[in-house]
Design a protein around this ligand. Structure first.
Ligand code: ZN
Ligand code: FE
Length: 260
């Protein structure tokens, strides 16, 4: 099994999950890099998975379906190019000989889903679109902060060795923000050095490991006293708000939105 991150647009990754001569693509915002990779590696496309309706995730769906005949699965509550098979929480797909679990992760969009492969060789794999990023999370566009926090909590409860395949290379700028929130987090400093070296060599920082994210991603650490205090201080939260986990998460997300 191989995970191939195909760069697209300014900072997207289209994920190709390969097993022998077959592959599944997740969030093909553009068909061209996917078709090139399929031809280069001699792969048959078995399925197209979509996490949410944004253009940089569905732009290549029609062209790929036409070129390969691969079926499309996507979130039941979102506008995905028809025809597609709607999925929702706790659904299971059978792809490339593995069970793929659908997890509802609303917040970035109202119907966003993630795909989890528990039995992937070596370690589990999560395709989470724009929900969880390395050292960050997606903007809360259609859902509420409470939904996004609950979605991130669900993902955080997956096995620590899960490989996180998110849809954007935002890691270095996320790490810069994370360091502003937690200047004394040593794991964060070490991981920043590691990711800077990867990017300097033109390599992706992804997939990230969930266990690492739990140590360095402020959006998975909103209950940690250091994060809570930093957010309360930055946003001027009173005592009641500073102990309300949704208020802390919302203020952290707002801090990141405004961060230069
Ligand atoms: Zn998006
Ligand atoms: Fe996106």
């Amino acid at each position: 099994m191989k995970l191939i991150s195909l760069p697209a647009f300014a900072d997207n990754y289209l994920w190709l999950w390969q097993q022998d001569s077959h592959a599944v693509v997740v969030d093909p915002g553009d068909a061209q890099p996917v078709l090139e990779a399929l031809a280069r590696e001699g792969l048959t496309l078995d399925a197209i998975l979509v996490t949410h309706h944004h253009a940089d995730h569905i732009g290549g769906v029609d062209a790929l379906r036409q070129a390969t005949g691969a079926p499309v699965w996507g979130p039941a509550r979102e506008d995905i190019p028809e025809p597609f098979m709607p999925v929702m929480d706790a659904d299971h797909l059978e792809l490339l000989g593995h069970k793929v679990q659908v997890i509802d992760v609303p917040g970035h969009t109202a119907g966003h889903v993630a795909y989890f492969v528990a039995t992937a060789p070596e370690s589990p794999v999560l395709f989470c679109g724009d929900t969880l990023f390395s050292a960050g999370c997606g903007r809360v566009f259609e859902g509420t902060p409470a939904q996004m926090l609950a979605s991130l909590d669900t993902l955080a409860a997956l096995p620590g060795n899960t490989r996180i395949c998110c849809a954007h290379e935002y890691t270095l700028s996320n790490l810069r923000f994370a360091s502003a929130v937690e200047p004394h987090n040593l794991a964060l400093h070490a991981y920043t050095t590691h990711c800077q070296a990867l990017r300097a060599q033109g390599r992706p920082t992804l997939p990230a490991q969930l266990a690492t994210e739990l140590q360095i991603n402020p959006f998975l650490r909103t209950r940690h006293p250091d994060v809570r205090q930093a957010v309360a201080h930055h946003a001027g939260l009173g005592n009641t708000q500073a102990t309300d986990e949704v208020a802390v998460f919302a203020a952290l997300r707002q801090w990141k939105n405004d961060f230069k």
